[in-house]
Design a protein around this ligand. Structure first.
Ligand code: BES
Ligand code: ZN
Ligand code: ZN
Length: 508
């Protein structure tokens, strides 16, 4: 998407469509909505006046109304976009509304859209939003809404939209900064989504490695891509157990970001570890055929980390970051690992394999341990780890688990900036019994299916050890099944924005 920021008068701007935001200022519970514009220009207020008093437009999130040939404006159309309740107005509401504007434009075959930067002073109920965060949210929402994941449809049409954000001269520097950051963050999220969108026959571990390497070369990051030999040489017995059942070689991808000024010896080094199963059949514990095609997105955790590294390279926070991606296919085969096998992880812990479909925790166990040997002082991993996280949380919050309150708090604080929703789940030592094995140090499933997402987290916690660590189980949100007014069907790029903010919090 081509996005530009212009400082000037939206009223005098010639565009096929000018979008402005409106919030519902009604505070009484069951009373009719009272929509009000977040635009100060009297010409815009006059053009929207009849619509706003008609009762037809409620200013709900995801709602739009189109007014043609608005008098007094240079724009051919005025697109009024709902924000929801004005008293709850947040950067996230702007993110969704900007996305709604872009998707509404696409649906109407409008190829060029201008968004008027919201003027919150028109709404006395709204505390002034931080201009930088508002600009950032708008640009992120718009850029994330734009792609349709129809790459493989031969009848697809190029409906790309170009966007102009039009702000007046007030707070120019803040708006510019938010706009620039938003473009970087949205590009990272869209890059992650483009990887998740690829089918398993295209995006093998080797190809994932090549795409990560190409990104790193372009962004100026160091990147090494290893395969079977290195994995065995490092004694990554858990990772190798999963990988050896596929004809496709695995990939161990290590990306390093060095900050512009050399940090102090005791400065934190952040480790970003991603589950990169490019297809998960379940292995010998094979999955049912119904829905198995979705398991191409079992590399969404890896994609989130690769995407985050793209943004980190461009935002240049003052903290060293190392990303470790463990990528393999989980296949049934004559050489595949089997239930009952005992494998030794790189850390030396022995693992009884009870179910070969719990492969994500195996590859990550070696990834987490390896990141520690590379000097990481704080770890975060992202993984489509368990179906059980959907049972626990539905698809509105992804799961957060941690062994350290302070490091977890940083992540929860990052959500306030990213606008993403996540819920902290228990990961306390009293759950350790769930993964106790009679045969080996631990087993790779829980004793039963209850608390399945917690069993997965407890397994990973063994390998984080004393290192502060956060685990994101994104299996419930990595793929958007139901299109929303601001987000199309397909890969969501969930967690990318929050991981970037978590990293930046260490540089502050
Ligand atoms: N990749 C799956 C988890 C998953 C499920 C991701 C649905 C996305 C959507 C994972 O490898 C898996 O199969 N987990 C098992 C673990 C069980 C065998 C302990 C699960 O959740 O059933
Ligand atoms: Zn699995
Ligand atoms: Zn999996």
């Amino acid at each position: 998407m081509e996005s530009k920021l212009l400082f000037g008068d939206a009223v005098a701007f010639a565009t096929p469509t000018l979008a402005v935001f409106a919030g519902d200022t009604q505070t009484e519970k069951s009373a009719d909505p009272k929509p009000a514009l977040l635009a100060a220009a009297p010409e815009i207020a006059a053009a929207a006046q009849n619509l706003l008093v008609s009762g037809e437009f409620k200013a709900a999130a995801g709602e739009v109304a189109v007014l043609h040939a608005p008098a007094g404006l240079k724009a051919e159309r005025l697109l009024v976009v709902g924000l929801g309740k004005a008293k709850d107005l947040s950067a996230e509401a702007l993110r969704k509304a900007a996305g709604t504007a872009v998707r509404a434009a696409k649906a109407r075959n409008i190829r060029s859209l201008a968004i008027g930067f919201p003027d919150t002073t028109t709404l006395p109920t709204v505390a002034n939003l931080n201009a930088s965060l508002a600009a950032r949210a708008i640009i992120e929402g718009a850029e994330i809404a734009e792609p349709d994941w129809n790459t493989y449809r031969s009848d697809r049409k190029d409906l790309a939209v170009e966007l102009m954000l039009i702000a007046d001269q007030k707070q120019q520097a803040e708006i510019q900064r938010g706009f620039d950051e938003g473009r970087i963050v949205a590009a990272a999220q869209n890059f992650a989504r483009s990887l998740v969108n690829e089918p398993g026959n295209v995006l093998t571990p080797t190809v994932l490695g090549a795409r990560a390497k190409a990104m790193c070369n372009e962004a100026g990051l160091k990147c090494e891509v290893y395969s079977s030999d290195k994995i065995q040489e490092l004694k990554m017995g858990a990772f190798w157990a999963v990988a050896k059942g596929s004809a496709e070689p695995p990939a161990l991808i290590v990306m390093t970001y060095e900050p512009p000024t050399t940090p102090a010896d005791d400065a934190p080094v952040l480790g970003l570890v991603g589950k990169g199963i490019t297809f998960d059949t379940g292995g010998i514990s094979i999955k049912p055929a119904d829905g198995m095609e979705k398991m191409k997105y079992d590399m969404a955790g890896a994609a989130a980390m690769i995407g985050a590294m793209h943004a980190i390279a461009r935002l240049k926070p003052a903290v060293k970051v190392i990303a470790v991606i463990c990528s393999a296919e989980n296949m049934p085969d004559g050489r595949a690992y089997k239930p009952g096998d005992v494998v030794t992880a790189m850390s030396g812990k022995t693992i009884e394999v009870v179910n070969t479909d719990a492969e994500g925790r195996l590859v990550l166990s070696d990834g987490l341990h390896y990141a520690k040997t590379l000097g990481c002082t704080h770890l975060i991993n992202a993984a489509t780890l368990t179906g059980a996280i959907s049972i626990a949380l539905g698809s509105l919050n992804f799961g957060v688990f941690s062994n350290d309150d302070a490091t977890c708090e940083r992540f929860m604080d990052a959500l306030a900036i990213s606008g993403e929703k996540a819920w902290r789940m228990p990961c306390t030592d009293d759950y350790r019994d769930y993964i106790k094995s009679e045969i080996a140090d631990i087993m790779n499933t829980g004793k039963n299916r209850y608390g399945g997402a917690i069993s997965g987290a407890m397994f990973l916690k063994e390998f984080a050890g004393d290192t502060p660590w956060v685990h994101l189980d994104i299996a419930n949100m990595a793929w958007n099944e139901t299109p929303k007014p601001w987000l199309p069907y397909g890969p969501s790029g969930v967690a990318v924005r929050s991981i970037i903010e978590w990293v930046r919090s260490f540089a502050a």
